[in-house]
Design a protein around this ligand. Structure first.
Ligand SMILES: [Ca+2]
Ligand SMILES: [Ca+2]
Length: 251
């Protein structure tokens, strides 16, 4: 009798494990508590309503360090104020934390300090190249190997302060990489339309890594103004930036 019960228990446990392994988790990218991208068999896309109720286990990352992993559920909210897909029950999530389900391979990153003279110079030269008189600075950024070729690229947020937000102010996200022995500066985002009811703008880069395990790295950043936020997922490969997905909130 006891043996029979033991056998049943083993059978039930085996079934539970088998069922759990059969439930395929969606591949999602989350910033704070907001799902910003989903990988399907057709590629990356905006998170869909079909994610509602899906269980996920996420690996979390805060630019250059791991933070506590999350196991939980995805929830779809049709609004108001707006449609969103987020993690259930973590309202006060740290906005800087990037979380990815499955087995993401985060790439090591080195934070860049805006007070470093080299980056002060880079920011000043960039501002000048855009014809702006206001002196910008590197407000955030990092070095990381975006394309996995063993050499690090640089992602920078270059912005002027709020005090000079009139006609000369701007915020940009730029990528710097070496091509043919020369440093190339590629502008990914630029906004200088400061003025009445606009600005200041800000940007933030969150991390880089192979999020879906297909062998190509992705990177993610947010570009923001008081009216809304755009979070963009991109790839850098063979000197080209490929856009994968934008999730926008706001007006
Ligand atoms: Ca590289
Ligand atoms: Ca990938």
């Amino acid at each position: 009798m006891l043996d029979q019960q033991g056998d049943n228990l083993i059978l039930a446990t085996t079934l539970a494990i088998a069922m759990k392994s059969m439930m395929v988790e969606p591949t999602i990218v989350v910033v704070g508590d907001t799902v910003v991208a989903e990988k399907t068999s057709k590629g990356w896309r905006n998170p869909a309503k079909s994610l509602n109720g899906k269980k996920v286990s996420l690996k979390s990352w805060k630019l250059d360090s791991t933070v506590a992993d999350y196991e939980g559920e995805v929830e779809y909210d049709e609004g108001p104020p707006m449609e969103s897909v987020h993690l259930k029950g973590i309202e006060m999530a740290d906005k800087d934390v990037l979380s990815v389900s499955g087995k993401p391979m985060f790439a090591p990153v080195t934070r860049i300090s805006g007070s470093n003279p080299e980056y002060k110079k880079i920011a000043a030269e960039y501002g000048k190249s855009r014809g702006r008189k206001a002196l910008p600075s590197v407000t955030s950024g990092f070095q990381a190997d975006l394309d996995g070729d063993g050499r690090k690229e640089v992602l920078l947020v270059i912005a002027t302060g709020e005090d000079v937000k009139k006609e000369n102010g701007f915020c940009a996200i730029v990528l710097r990489y070496v091509s043919g022995g020369k440093v190339v500066t590629k502008t990914l985002e630029f906004n200088g339309r400061y003025g009445y009811m606009r600005g200041p703008y800000s940007g933030r880069v969150y991390g880089v890594g192979d999020f879906d395990g297909d062998g190509t790295r992705e990177f993610i950043y947010t570009f923001e103004d008081p009216w809304g936020t755009e979070t963009k997922l991109k790839q850098f490969k063979n000197g080209q930036v490929k856009h994968l997905c934008t999730t926008a909130f706001g007006e």
